[in-house]
Design a protein around this ligand. Structure first.
Ligand code: FAD
Length: 426
């Protein structure tokens, strides 16, 4: 039977493994740590097809230049990484045009069109239980003009079968969410959106995969590949090699580094985000909230509340900057009647970021059996099932129902050093 080696056990690797197993393929999933422990753990868990718009957006160049050196702003760029990051940043700023934004939004919506159905089906899967809420999503803001702007930009979701966003007055918003303070000017309600407890989802998938015959190799770092002609034949894990028929790289923010080991360049960087999870909280929330002007978000779970957000470009590292946690707390305080008290756990994770804000999905040009699915930025939980489903189709049959052209790995002119005649160990 055909065997797929998956490198990276975050939500994208786990979802891909799930769909490949459902198709009857053998799968080995390798992670340098524990599956689900990196960016796929402490995030906000939103499953929001309507929010499939790319990070680079019109107006962001000006705003990001204003924010970039301020540690508690929504986007902080560490000055010491600017020289090494500048090729990525220049491309990113190039994609902050209206045209690129609209194209990216449509591609994201197309990729996400089956998301809710796929989550419904996953919930029905035998032996797979996770925390999922169907409460919609409430955008709130302190300035009224923000509502008009957002209403305008999210109208496009109707074309993709999603319900229209509903504008809400200040009075309506306060009725919907009594925890909000009088400072709030109004909001927008997106009724179809959901949220999951991401840790419960990755744990459920990991357990399901183990029970259903997937080999999971934790604490195992892929350090290179063995190549023969236009094929990868094995992953190098130090003292051993792991052979397979197909190789899928789902290493999130590390995907660029992993592919570099085979001489392939994909412009992937880390967009670090932070969250604060408060157990047995003093304040209860009725639905997830997007605190618009500050770009901070709140997710209520069964036993806790999570406040999260911010984007820090500081390279590949998981150093937790306490000042940014304070920034989250201060932003939330502007919108809430009372502070949320309880047992706190601070967390940070690296969103995998490409310059155009879209994931990289597909087969690597020049190789017959090397694939990538990484770069989901703010939407990895939301897009995981549609990505996993599409990648399983591509790997098992050579094509996928969803058009993956907008996500092509070579759209950034991927270079590779694939000498077809030689056998190379990298
Ligand atoms: C604060 C915050 C809030 C967010 N909120 C949401 C949200 O509400 N909704 C949403 O959809 N998304 C959200 N996201 C984004 C989402 O978390 C990411 O898009 C998603 O987790 C990325 O998943 P991944 O599987 O690509 O990466 P990861 O979860 O980081 O997994 C990559 C895995 O690859 C492994 N790996 C790396 N290198 C190697 C190697 N050489 N060998 C073996 N294994 C390797 C790592 O150990 C890791 O486990 C949020 C992110 C942050 C930071």
């Amino acid at each position: 039977m055909s065997k797929t080696i998956i490198v990276g056990g975050g939500i994208i690797g786990l979802a891909s493994a799930y769909f490949l197993r459902k198709k009857g393929l053998d799968v080995i999933l390798i992670d340098k740590g524990e599956p689900g422990a990196e960016c796929s753990s402490g995030n906000m868990g939103w499953v929001c097809p309507s929010l499939s718009d790319p990070v680079p957006a019109p107006g962001l160049v000006k705003t990001s230049l204003k924010w970039m050196l301020k540690r508690d702003s929504p986007l902080y760029i560490k000055p010491s990484v600017v020289p090494s990051l500048s090729p990525w940043l220049l491309q990113f700023w190039k994609y902050c045009s209206e045209d690129a934004y609209q194209l990216g939004f449509k591609a994201g919506l197309e990729l996400s069109k089956d998301t809710l159905r796929l989550y419904d089906e996953l919930e029905q899967e035998n032996g797979l239980t996770f925390e999922m809420h169907r409460k919609g999503l409430l955008f709130v803001c302190l300035k009224e003009n923000y509502i008009e702007e957002k209403m305008e930009s999210y109208r496009i979701v109707e074309e993709f079968g999603l319900p229209s966003p509903v504008s809400k007055t200040k009075h309506e918003v306060l009725q919907m969410e009594p925890a909000l303070s009088d400072a709030v000017a109004g909001g927008i309600y997106l009724p179809a959106e959901r949220h999951v407890r991401p840790e419960s989802l990755t744990l459920a998938l990991t357990e399901w995969l183990k029970v259903n015959g997937t080999e999971i190799m934790s604490l195992t770092e892929v350090k290179g590949f063995i190549q023969e002609g236009d094929q990868i034949i094995a992953a190098n894990i130090g003292e051993k090699t792991i052979e397979g028929d197909q190789f899928l790289i789902t290493a999130g923010a590390w995907a660029g580094k992993v592919l570099n080991q085979a001489g392939i360049q994909v412009p992937m960087t880390a967009g670090k985000g932070y969250s604060l999870t408060i157990s047995s909280p003093s304040v209860q929330f009725r639905q997830p909230l997007y605190l618009g002007d500050s770009r901070v978000t709140i997710s209520p779970f069964h036993d806790s509340v999570r406040i999260g957000g911010t984007m820090e470009l500081s390279g590949l590292n998981t150093d937790l900057d306490q000042r940014r946690i304070e920034g989250l707390r201060n932003s939330a305080a502007q919108y809430l009647r009372l502070p949320v008290l309880g047992k706190e756990k601070a967390w940070c994770g690296m969103r995998p970021m490409t310059p155009d804000g879209l994931p990289v999905l597909g087969r690597i040009t020049g190789y017959t059996n090397l694939f990538i699915a990484s770069g989901h930025a703010m939407s990895g939980i939301s897009m995981a099932l549609s990505t996993g489903s599409a990648m399983s189709e591509l790997i098992s049959s050579g094509k996928s129902e969803i058009d993956l052209k907008p996500f092509a790995p070579d759209r950034f002119k991927t270079q590779h050093s694939n000498d077809k005649k030689s056998k190379v160990t990298v």
